[in-house]
Design a binder for this molecule. Structure first.
Ligand code: 2P0
Length: 321
């Protein structure tokens, strides 16, 4: 086989990871639960570099000067495959990169999946998780579809806890800004871990939030899941805000969208929302309410575009030759 193309989707955490147990291994300090979505995707083509032992990474058509984010993952995989030359990696995102839409999670998950096939490794999930986590702490969650837990308590076990077809919710993403963020999640997490007076209680409350969210997913209780997800999101935002320097990824447009979405909810529509390290607002709703919410948001001046998604599947190979 000379080249493999794979696809992976971003995932949005409902119970968030914000802080690391160890910088070098990039191990999250807490468990997280996410939702893999469809429509947005990262596609990665990988082939061996037969000219030199250099790794080449072309992201959205542009050759990257820095391999820093991919190197640990590639080194891990090269050790397993005993490969000492380079790879040519071409990744494309069909959505804004580094703008709080989890492009690194889907990008890394698609790379690991493509590499595994190109080298015929057939790695078990725990090795794919290890390879992914070295690139991005949220990337293992994009290896899988549906609702996914990445459990920091039991050795970074990553598994789907509800398949997409078992609870088919809808997701609407309000894009309020296309710009790349100025503080990476990695930097932000370290600032928070070192300086936020709320960091310890954030860490301590993780286990309970995970239990509550898991129970809500088991029972398919939309309201219980929404309540714990929003509370967990606001706790993370408080940790960011109380860091020194204070971290804020939201814009005025994000706040406008939140206010609008709350008004829609006050009218009796079931929905909840979440925010990550960026200004985009992600709304989770029932499929039957999607059109109503869309109609209310579509023309809102703070919404540059509205992306519709459903719950998606995990990373997979789509072409090999
Ligand atoms: C999450 N985020 O759980 C949290 C919520 C953003 C806010 O994981 O440093 O790209 O590469 O492990 O995974 C985004 O950060 O960070 C993230 P690194 P990552 O989805």
């Amino acid at each position: 086989m000379s080249k493999v193309i794979s696809i992976a989707h971003p995932n949005f955490a409902l119970i968030k990871y914000w802080g690391k147990a160890d910088l070098k291994s990039n191990t999250p300090a807490m468990s997280s639960i996410s939702l893999t979505i469809d429509t947005l995707s990262s596609t990665t083509k990988i082939s061996k570099n037969r000219q030199t032992n250099e790794n080449i990474w072309i992201l959205n058509g542009k050759k990257q000067e820095q391999m820093r984010q991919l190197d640990p993952t590639l080194e891990y995989l090269n050790r397993i495959s005993n490969y000492t030359s380079g790879c040519i990696i071409e990744s494309n995102n069909n959505f804004p990169t580094s703008a709080g839409l989890a492009s690194s999670a889907s990008g890394i998950a698609s790379l690991v999946t493509a590499y595994d096939r190109l080298f015929g490794l057939n790695l078990k999930l725990d090795s794919l998780v290890q390879a992914s986590i070295l690139g991005s702490g949220s990337a293992p969650r994009s290896l899988l579809g549906g609702f996914v837990i990445l459990d920091a308590e039991i050795g970074l076990n990553c598994e789907t806890i509800c398949q997409p077809e078992d609870w088919p919710l809808s997701v609407l993403i309000c894009i309020t800004d296309y710009k790349e963020k100025t503080i990476s999640s990695r930097e932000g997490m370290e600032i928070s871990r070192k300086t936020s007076p709320l960091y310890k209680s954030w860490l301590d409350s993780n286990k309970k939030d995970i239990q509550t969210a898991k129970a809500a997913i088991d029972e398919k209780s939309f309201n219980n899941l929404g309540e714990v997800a929003e509370k967990n999101c606001y706790k993370m935002l408080e940790v960011m805000k109380s860091s020194d320097p204070s971290i804020n990824y939201l814009s005025k447009q994000t706040i406008d969208c939140i206010n609008k979405v709350r008004k829609i909810r006050d009218k009796g529509v079931d929905l909840f929302y979440t925010l990550d390290a960026g200004p985009q607002l992600k709304i989770i709703c029932k499929p039957e309410d999607k059109e109503t919410i869309k109609r209310d948001l579509e023309k809102h001046p703070s919404v540059l575009s509205l992306v519709e998604a459903n719950i998606g599947f995990g990373a997979r190979v789509i072409n090999e030759s």
